[in-house]
Structure formats: C-alpha cells, structure tokens
Design a protein around this ligand. Sequence first.
Ligand code: SF4
Ligand code: SF4
Ligand code: SF4
Length: 370
Amino acid sequence: MDPLNKLYIEITTQCNLRCQMCVQRTWNTAASEMSLDTFRRLMDQVHELPAPPIIHFGGYGEPTFHPNFLDMVRLAKATGARVEMTTNGTLLSPEIAEVLLDLELNRLVVSIDGVTPRSYGDIRVNGSLQQVTTNLRQLFRLKMRHGGRHSEPKVEIAFVAMKSNAADLAELPRLATRVGAWNVKVSNVIPHTPEMEREILYEHSLTACTYRASRWTVDMSLPKFDWDVHTLSALEGVARSRASLTLLHHSLSARNDYCQFVQEGYAVVRSDGQVSPCLSLLHNHPEYIRGRRKQVTHHSFGSITTSSLRAIWESPTYIAFREKLRVFPYSPCTTCGGCERFPFNYEDCSENTFPTCGGCLWAQGFVECP
Ligand code: SF4
Ligand code: SF4
Ligand code: SF4
C-alpha cells in the first residue's frame, strides 16, 4: 500500500482577506468551518494510520481565523506528525506566534504576493504588507530566543506570480531575508476569472516545445549562463524556438503529466470532512485556459464523518484512481483546449471519465503546492 505522506486539512473557508485571485471570489456558497469535535475525530483517525503523515493546515481559507486553530495544532502535534501551515500572516500576532513555537510547529508558509505595500495591497485586498512583515519579524525574534535563526518553524514565502507583480520577483530574496524566511516558492496563478487569465505568465508555455520533449522536437542542452543583456533576449528566442530544453542535465519537460498529490502521497480533507485527492478537486470552481471556461467539479472519495481516513485511503476506488494517475492516460486538454468536452472534467477524448485530469494546471507544472 502506498503511504499517505501528507494530509492537507482545510479547517475553515473563512478568511479576513479578499485576494484578487482567490477562488472564493467565484463562490456563492456560505463559508464553513470544521468543528473541533470533527477535527478531534480526524486526529483519532490519523492515529490509526501505519505512520502519521505530515499535517498541513491549508486549503481555501485562513487557518488562523478559526477560533480553535491553536487547539487543533496541539491535537495535530499530539499524533506525532510534523505539522505545517499556510497562512496569509496578517493575524499572526506575537501571542499566537509564541504558542506556535511552544507547540513546535515545524513549517510556516506565508503568502506574500508583492514586495511593496502597493503591489501587495492591490492583490491581497484588505491585507497589509507592513502588518505581515511586522508579524514575521516578531516571530523571528521569538525564534532567536527559543532555538536560533535556523530553528523551527521553518518560515517560507509563497508567491503567486502574475503580470502585475512579476517585477517584484527580483526583490523577493531580500524581503525573505528581512523577515527570516529561508525559502521562496513561486507558483503561477490559477485563472478563475477572465481578468485573471489576462494576468497569467504562461500563455506561450501552455503549448511551447520548451517544456514538451518528444520525438518530434530537437532537444537543446544549456549550461550555466549569466542572465544578462547578452543572453536574455537570445534565451527568449531559444524558449520560443521549436526546441525542448534541458538545463544542467534537467529536462524542463520532467513535470508534464505529473500529479504531485498522487505521486507523493498527499490527500486533502475539506472543512466538511470530504476527502479529496488534491486541492484542485476540493471545491467546484471555474478556470479559464486559452480563452475557454472550464468548470472543475469537486471529487471526494468519502467523508471522515461517516468513514475513516484509513478506510478511504485504502478503498479500491481511491487506489485505482492513484494507480491511473501514475500512468496519466488523460487527453492533453491544457495544450489542446478544443472540443465540446473541454468545459467540464467529466470525460475526455481518450475515453476517461470523471474526474478527468488532462486539463489540470497542477499536473503540467504551472501551479505548485505550498
Ligand atoms: S488569504 Fe487565501 S483564502 Fe484568504 S482571500 Fe486570500 S487567497 Fe483566499
Ligand atoms: S478532450 Fe481531447 S479534443 Fe477535447 S480538449 Fe481535451 S484533448 Fe482536446
Ligand atoms: S492531476 Fe490535477 S486534478 Fe487530477 S488529481 Fe492531480 S492535482 Fe487533482
């Protein structure tokens, strides 16, 4: 049996921000949150697993907004699991930070999509960059007192790159150093609206040979280069040519048809207890790819309120789904985008049925998990 290595838990869909690219902007349902009793039950179920998975507080809501958030972290740590969270960082007061340090939280991912108050505020509506950096610096000071700069929680920045904030990428390492973060993870935006589709930084890459090695393309192998006035426009030309690229012996096509959630043993529990294979299938939502709307329908393999996590993970239908995903026999809908089946994830032209994954931006390396 392939192990469950990481469990994302969405304890709430409530949030104090209203970010431009958030999927919540497309919802017309009321926010929901997981009760402490349900969470306790879930942690009992984690105890039944052969080994505790990493528990990651994440999903489509702000975990620190949940009134029982710290109790939940305590219960999660009691399973013996490594515990992580993704947060917008705005509510991370020194009091909360102190408790998280005492509870030995292992990893803290903070979403920051702009390095200036203006670029941040344009995207993270109702948020304040100053508040987030102040909170992170206070956390860093507390860490220095507890275990030193390299102690846990390991702080990381998650940045969603778009046309409107791409210029900020160069300043991210400096910002990270300033707030005590050691890692910056950049993902692309998932375009849930036509406006967000106009913001994407991968319009050409959806179909480019650069990332699509095949027997019909020449592969071009590149060494280390200075990325400067002499090389940048030439490299842009290479990226737009008909060659697939290899950089320092790493093919840029390595992450095609690769579902990280399945390949690396992840699952997601929604705030109502439904267990989904990934963040993409956690909620119904629209995506706009190559000018066309695709409605992604939520998929669950069961609920922890009526079954157990172990029974769901080990159910024949979920095992068969994971085996199929490793082969990835789906039609290439992100590169094609051209038939009557495209607007839904119900079926594709390779005779796959719901949920079809060929149009998934995560599996084609455009969107990355925290
Ligand atoms: S912080 Fe996260 S959940 Fe809240 S609005 Fe922004 S993207 Fe959505
Ligand atoms: S189902 Fe086939 S024809 Fe239709 S969009 Fe996907 S790849 Fe293209
Ligand atoms: S390929 Fe995409 S939609 Fe399918 S399980 Fe993986 S992340 Fe989810």
